[in-house]
Design a binder for this molecule. Structure first.
Ligand code: UDP
Length: 243
């Protein structure tokens, strides 16, 4: 039985309360050769998302006549975790690539680009639990940066259970030793595009976790929106100066 205590007097090991996200940093347009890109930090997670396309599909047999296909590759750098990870795809990265693609696909207007592909690459540079959610947040902003038409952005974070308490955005120790971890992704209008759960929650705890994760996503959405507006208002300023 693990004797570690994760919440003392309502304060978690890293100083947060139960309903607080880790500090977030986002930067748009960080890669010159990508059509869209975004760097994101969520606490000690550091991820970068690059979007290419819409562009011609290779191999050709993957083409869809009436829409673009979306490919999403989640990859963890071997140096991103405590114990060196063997490079290359594994079961976990295939799963995370699939669920992350499915989290974004519903908002992308794929019918505008028949026979083409939109490629999304997410590279995890440093991991501290919640990398799939950080990847989805960064990828969503990178898609917007690439000018891909979308119904909305998608925001993502997890809620978990530690020391019997439902908490927002668990970090690595809370994820490892906690009783549950529930990542979600959601649009600003409340459509859930990702819902996963490790561990066990009662119905009541599930409701609490969902409320908390939704609240976290709303905060993330505000940041995503702000960094995009900041990035593109810069160009407007330059245009004004030029005219
Ligand atoms: N992790 C690790 N080695 C691995 C995979 C994961 O150390 O090969 C760590 C990493 O910090 C990751 C955390 O375990 O963020 C939780 O992984 P999980 O599969 O739950 O995905 P995530 O929470 O990152 O979306």
């Amino acid at each position: 039985m693990d004797e570690r205590v994760f919440i003392k007097d309502g304060i978690r090991l890293d100083g947060r309360r139960f309903d607080e996200l880790r500090p977030i940093k986002m930067e748009v347009g960080v890669l010159k050769r990508a059509d869209g890109s975004c760097y994101m930090e969520m606490g000690d997670n550091k991820v970068i998302a690059a979007v290419y396309g819409p562009r011609e599909v290779h191999p050709r047999h993957l083409q869809e006549v009436n829409r673009a296909i979306i490919r999403y590759r989640y990859n963890m750098a071997s140096f991103s975790v405590e114990e060196r990870r063997r490079p290359g795809p594994d079961r976990r990265s295939y799963e995370l690539s699939k669920v992350s693609r499915e989290a974004l696909e519903p908002v992308i207007l794929t019918s505008y680009f028949p026979k083409s592909v939109i490629d999304i690459f997410v590279e995890v540079l440093q991991a501290d639990a919640g990398t799939r959610t950080a990847g989805i947040n960064a990828a969503s902003v990178a898609l917007a940066d690439a000018g891909i038409p979308m119904r909305s952005l998608v925001s993502s974070c997890a809620a978990g259970k530690v020391d019997g308490q439902i908490v927002l955005d668990p970090m690595k120790d809370e994820d490892n030793f906690g009783q549950a971890d529930m990542p979600i992704a959601i649009t600003p209008t409340g459509e859930i595009t990702l819902l996963q759960m490790d561990g066990i929650l009662t119905r009541d705890e599930f409701r609490q976790a969902m409320e908390l994760a939704k609240k976290g996503c709303q905060e993330i959405y505000k940041i995503q929106r702000r960094v995009l507006i900041e990035r593109y208002s810069q160009f407007e300023d330059l245009q004004d100066e030029g005219s």
